[in-house]
Ligand binder design. Structure first.
Ligand code: AMP
Length: 217
């Protein structure tokens, strides 16, 4: 049996940072739908062009293309132990799709850590966020600065500010989260999979809470 973890929570709550840490500690693959889209944009594929037209407005990319992209990723060899899903599912249609995909191979989602933080913190985090151009490693100008300004500690590539981390787009993303993604909270709670985690703590503390939640699942 493989392990599948869905990290749920608003943009900026630390899903990407935590998924990266957990992936290293557990050997599970880190699948970030946002990173997959950014990769397609960098490679100027048709999917990238389509995704960019939604992403720069802070809107969700349509379900059908998003689901197809994740389906193509989730059964690759590096996912043999399972995966940490970061930013997917984001709608009820996507939640049904991932469940069906996993059920088809006799698997299911094991646990859904739901990371929370007040909106002011999310806005402050996203507007101070710096992302590595090569591999999407995440930094924050105050809370988690790189050793050398503008350079990724891990792979030495340039750090940039995401176009959709501008304050106005961030506010739109938070609204979209409330309208389209937050209904998933109740669905996963009803299935007994939800574990609430406070995201407004030190990074290592959030990781500890997540590890404890995984052990219990
Ligand atoms: P993220 O990196 O998770 O903050 O995602 C950045 C942007 O990519 C989102 O604002 C959406 O435009 C798009 N995106 C990422 N994941 C999804 C998803 N599961 N469904 C639809 N759009 C997504």
């Amino acid at each position: 049996m493989a392990t599948y973890i869905v990290l749920l929570g608003p943009p900026g709550v630390g899903k990407g940072t935590q998924a990266e840490i957990l992936a290293k500690q557990t050997g599970l693959a880190h699948i970030s739908s946002g990173d997959l889209f950014r990769e397609s944009i960098k490679n100027q594929t048709e999917l990238g062009k389509l995704a960019q037209s939604y992403m720069h407005k802070g809107e969700l990319v349509p379900d059908d293309v998003t689901i197809a992209m994740v389906k193509d990723r989730i059964f690759r060899p590096d996912c043999k132990l399972g995966a940490i899903l970061d930013g997917f599912p984001r709608t009820p249609v996507q939640a049904d799709a991932i469940r069906a995909m996993l059920n088809e191979v006799g698997e299911d989602i094991n646990v859904v850590p739901f990371i929370t933080a007040p909106d002011e913190i999310l806005i402050e985090r996203l507007s101070g966020r710096w992302t590595c151009r090569a591999n999407g490693h995440i930094y924050h100008s105050v809370n988690n600065p790189p050793k050398k300004e503008g350079i990724c500690d891990i792979d030495g590539s340039e750090l940039y500010q995401r176009d959709d981390d501008k304050v106005e787009t961030v506010k739109k993303r938070l609204r979209v989260y409330m309208e389209q993604t937050s209904p998933l909270i109740a669905c996963y709670r009803d299935r007994g999979l939800l574990v609430e985690i406070k995201g407004d703590q030190a990074i290592f503390k959030v990781t500890e809470d997540l590890i404890a939640a995984l052990k219990k699942s």
